[in-house]
Design a protein around this ligand. Structure first.
Ligand SMILES: [Mg+2]
Length: 328
């Protein structure tokens, strides 16, 4: 047993009332696979403190002493929990490997206990569409391997989110798109950026690290759209970008269209803070590459996740901070 990892995998539950059929595990190409680390799924502050201050043996002892006490929900919990809505629809199952559970009300299909080693090498084998962790170093490692990944943070206060519809909000540049336009802002300022985007309006941006995750969600959505069930679709996606609708926004929309993708809503803030708008959307998760947008969303009660990609990142540390073995 891995220190910090729970102890006994639970048997999969049967789908709840209203299920159309028992949910057999979907083929990887038909599922959206989300890997969530223990510390993202559960609150493990005390476990992390003991590991850091008292070492691994005390950490193991503490875990064994408390193995029958369920963890409190962590920031990724609502995101994973709403997944159960999909069990009502055959073939539309979100899987959640890479973590563990002693939470009595959660269905986790697969576990990955890595003995303190990095789980990143297993993510591709699991056909992972998204990896969420509390450990920024592991997330960077996953991004470097071409896996959509983000460091997830708890909001400053609890906000009620939908229990029946998964809402996912994405920043554009350096999240869905590459950071090529942000590099121009950094190097030459906003005026040059507007000129550049106008001149290249019909040239799609290169893809960013989370494009594949939007694509995977879009595949599920299209199953509803093709049956005329757009309004009943249990997934809703949002583009929440600092771009302006009047100028640089056109290239973002045309890029998505060139990929055969769309978001249900596209919100162009022209540099305004994102937090107040996200407070209205109430997404289960919001992705951004810039920490001040992540912090602004957190302050307004949104579960926000940082995508460590692109020119906005601070220089990497040379040595990772000490982490408990299971805290990925
Ligand atoms: Mg950005």
């Amino acid at each position: 047993m891995e220190p910090g990892e729970p102890r006994e995998p639970q048997e999969p539950r049967e789908p709840g009332p209203g299920a159309e059929t028992a949910a057999a595990p979907p083929k990887p190409q038909n599922a959206v696979t989300i890997a969530v680390s223990s510390r993202a799924l559960f609150r493990m502050d005390e476990e992390q403190r003991i590991y850091t201050e008292q070492g691994v043996e005390e950490y193991v002892r503490y875990q064994l002493e408390h193995e029958n006490e369920p963890f409190s929900p962590g920031p990724a919990f609502p995101f994973v929990k709403v997944r159960e809505q999909f069990l009502r629809y055959p073939g539309l199952t979100l899987a959640s490997p890479g973590s563990s559970t002693s939470f009595p009300d959660l269905f986790i299909e697969r576990f990955c206990m890595t003995g303190g080693n990095s789980p990143i090498c297993y993510l591709k084998a699991y056909h992972t569409n998204l990896y969420l962790s509390a450990d920024a170093e592991k997330v960077r490692e996953a991004i470097d391997e071409g896996i959509a990944a983000a460091t997830i943070f708890s909001p400053s206060r609890d906000v009620v989110v939908s229990q029946s519809q998964l809402r996912v909000a994405f920043d554009g540049d350096a999240v869905l798109f590459s950071d090529e336009s942000e590099r121009i802002v950094k190097a030459h300022g906003l005026d040059r950026f507007f000129e550049h985007e106008k001149a290249h309006e019909n040239k799609p941006l290169a893809q960013g690290p989370l494009k594949g995750f939007l694509e995977a969600l879009g595949r599920l959505q299209k199953k509803f759209y093709s049956k005329g069930l757009r309004l009943e679709c249990p997934i809703r996606t949002y583009l929440v970008t600092a771009r302006s609708a009047a100028s640089s926004g056109a290239r973002a929309l045309k890029t998505l269209r060139s990929w055969g993708l769309e978001t249900d809503e596209a919100l162009f803030l022209a540099g305004a803070p994102k937090g107040p708008l996200l407070e209205k959307i109430r997404p289960h998760i919001f992705f951004d590459d810039q920490m001040f947008h992540v912090a602004g969303a957190q302050e307004m009660g949104t579960v926000a996740a940082h995508v460590p990609y692109g020119v906005a990142q601070t220089p990497r540390r040379t040595a990772p901070a000490k982490q408990a073995p299971s805290a990925q």
